[in-house]
Design a binder for this molecule. Structure first.
Ligand code: PRX
Length: 645
């Protein structure tokens, strides 16, 4: 498969960027010609950020799975689409060719149909990293059902909230999942999430760990039985095909929940056509993918990175991707390097947290590992510090692999700001230049563009985007007003990212982190309000305030200040109870790293918690806490400082 839209020189990047901004419709219209459509668009783009409304490839008809699978069958049916590496390195690996992927996705689409799933229905997927997860996602897309994948680390309560928000009737899960040698009982978590649920009609259970599970008559069915039955049905048809549903360009493809400033995660909705074009275009260009390359994205499909760069981007480009069930440090901290060597991986795409964590093991795990297949390295999810960048460059890339620092968000569908591997210059810990079609702007708190350079020669401000790119989210599920207020109401006529950034004289961007009440812990987005709500559910807690603090490995850690009215047992016991409560309510990923018991919180006279002060204390600042005179009780600050952990 050739990619005529692949940018191969810096000059071409500048030309394409210019074209994309001056005439986005003809630029993206020409790129969209490289996909399979049942019907082409009437208009490339309709938009306004006030309503807000964004429509790409209006009235075009397509099915994304025909672009990700069927169109490759003529020329590369036997090419591996997914190479699966199990958690346990002793276990058999699996290679799924495009032909096999087609077969399994068709079969699973038939399973969904047999179980009553129709176009537009929401299907929740809660599985470990097995190829069946990709079949489930693509099976939904094939029949036009909207998938909502939930990361395996979320608790029953989190799942229950998401099921309710999206009015989900169908679930696909596993008995259990293997991660780092542990067996996580996913089905039993689903069972807890379903207590009291009245909408879910069917749960399809794939067998991975053979953990005993309760199967409820009339509701729960086994994946394997259903697939066999579907196989029999499809075998009657000579091509073993399940015809793909014809979708409108703007029909929702999936919902993915992510955290914001409020306590309730929002269901980010992505479209069919724009998302497809964007993930494919960014995949081919950022990573400079060449036919035959082996691409290894270490993310979980439960996050946007897995959706875009394990499933839709690579498959739509006909690429071969490695899908890894386990974690980087099990059974040894050399696991990624074993995988790179075993499959001759050409591109490795991972998170700064993983790099920092592997760095902490020193160079021993790298001894004797052949990493010579690597051509491109990538990072995503959080700012990468220079030390980690150089370690990655020197010890993994051996100074011959460009590193792409890709900045993007669940909402953006794919990379927005990133260097293009080996084509545009890399700058350690700078995401660098915007992708064609992306117009970043830095604004002050009133929304005015900042143009003034500070003493470092940098422009600093809040990062916004001026116009839509094809992969922008289209709404937040069931609440379009929330979409407007979250992204388009802070600054008039701009999409606000929630991030702060610097810009240098060459136009490179460095993302400094969130400026709202959202934390980025190990590259996972967690709202402070969400964690506070969870802590406050503990019976002994009166009030709490959560802030981030710099953490060597995770990038950011969670610091909780908690007022208790009663403790059962000592402080340590109470802390454990609180951690258990957070694990129950959100999941282990949201557990605070530090809990400090306090008798009061710094509040303004109107009762607002001054997080700025708490953040500074958590960061270890002792003097410059800013103005504390407007506080209701300034003495509380001193007490909190004394008790700092
Ligand atoms: O703060 C930015 C940070 O991660 C946030 C988005 O998180 P999420 O929606 O979970 O998506 C993560 C995977 C795309 C952003 O608002 N972020 C992401 N990539 C980078 C980054 N910060 C700095 N540099 C990056 N490369």
């Amino acid at each position: 498969m050739a990619y005529p839209y692949q940018i191969t020189s810096l000059e071409q990047y500048h030309n394409d960027y210019k074209k994309s901004v001056e005439d986005p419709e003809s630029f993206w219209g020409a790129i969209a010609e490289n996909f399979e459509w049942r019907k082409k668009w009437d208009k490339v783009l309709n938009w306004n950020f006030t309503e807000p409304k964004v429509e790409w490839f209006a009235n075009a008809r397509l099915n994304i799975t025909e672009n990700c699978i069927d169109r490759h069958l003529k020329t590369m049916a036997d090419k591996p689409a997914i190479i699966w590496e199990p958690d346990n390195p002793e276990e058999r690996t699996r290679t799924v060719t495009y032909a096999r992927l087609h077969k399994r996705v068709c079969q699973f689409a038939q399973v969904l149909k047999n179980n009553g799933v129709k176009k537009g229905d929401r299907v929740c997927i809660y599985m470990g990293m097995v190829p069946e997860l990709a079949y489930a996602v693509l099976g939904c897309a094939r029949i036009g059902a909207i998938h909502s994948v939930i990361f395996g680390g979320f608790s029953a309560q989190s799942i229950a909230d998401r099921l309710e928000d999206a009015n989900v009737e169908f679930i696909v899960t596993c008995d259990g999942a293997y991660r780092g040698g542990k067996d996580i009982s996913l089905k039993s978590i689903i069972d807890d999430a379903l207590i009291g649920n009245k909408t879910v009609k069917r749960v399809i259970v794939y067998t991975r760990t053979r953990t005993p599970v309760s199967m409820i008559k009339g509701r729960d069915v086994w994946w394997e039985d259903e697939m066999l039955h579907a196989e029999d049905q499809l075998e009657l048809n000579a091509t073993f095909n399940f015809p793909a549903e014809e979708m409108d360009a703007e029909d929702p493809l999936f919902i993915l929940y992510t955290s914001g400033s409020t306590g309730k995660p929002k269901g980010v909705v992505h479209s069919s056509a724009g998302y497809m074009v964007w993930t494919n275009y960014t995949f081919v260009n950022v990573f400079q993918y060449k036919p035959g390359d082996v691409f290894f994205c270490t993310a979980d499909i439960g996050w946007i990175t897995g959706h875009s760069y394990i499933v839709y981007g690579p498959l739509s480009a006909g690429a071969t991707g490695v899908m890894f069930e386990g974690i980087p440090t099990w059974p040894t901290a050399g696991r990624f390097w074993d995988i790179v060597e075993k499959y001759k991986v050409n591109t490795l795409y991972t998170a700064p947290t993983a790099i920092r964590s592997l760095m902490s093991y020193g160079l021993d795990p790298l001894k004797g590992k052949d990493l010579s297949s690597l051509k491109v390295l990538g990072t995503v999810g959080e700012p990468i510090n220079e030390e980690a960048w150089h370690w990655y460059d020197e010890h993994i890339g051996k100074k011959k692999c460009p590193i792409v620092d890709t900045w993007w968000q669940t909402e953006t569908g794919g990379c927005l700001i990133s260097n293009l591997a080996g084509v545009t210059p890399a700058k350690p810990s700078w995401a660098s230049l915007p992708m064609p079609g992306v117009q970043p702007i830095l604004v002050d708190e009133h929304g005015h563009e900042v143009t003034q350079k500070d003493e470092d020669g940098l422009v600093k401000g809040n990062l916004c985007i001026k116009a839509p790119w094809p992969g922008i989210l289209r709404t937040t599920y069931g609440d379009h007003e929330r979409y407007r207020t979250n992204y388009f109401a802070t600054y008039e006529n701009l999409y606000f990212t929630g991030d702060g950034a610097f810009k240098d004289a060459e136009g490179n961007f460095r993302i400094t982190g969130r400026v709202d009440d959202v934390l980025n812990v190990s590259g996972h987005r967690i709202g402070t309000a969400e964690v506070e709500n969870a802590i406050n559910m503990h019976a002994g807690v009166v009030e709490s305030a959560v802030v981030g603090f710099p953490h060597e490995v995770k990038g950011q850690g969670i610091y909780a200040y908690v007022i208790m009215n009663q403790k059962h047992g000592d402080d340590e016991q109470s802390k454990k109870d609180i951690l258990q409560t957070v694990t129950r309510v959100i999941g282990a990923i949201a557990k605070p790293d530090k809990i400090q018991f306090v008798t009061g919180l710094p509040k303004t006279r109107s009762g607002k918690i001054m997080r700025r002060i708490l953040r500074k204390i958590a960061e270890g600042e002792t003097k410059n806490l800013g103005d504390t005179t407007t506080l209701l009780d300034p003495a509380v600050v001193e007490e909190i400082q004394k008790g700092k952990l």
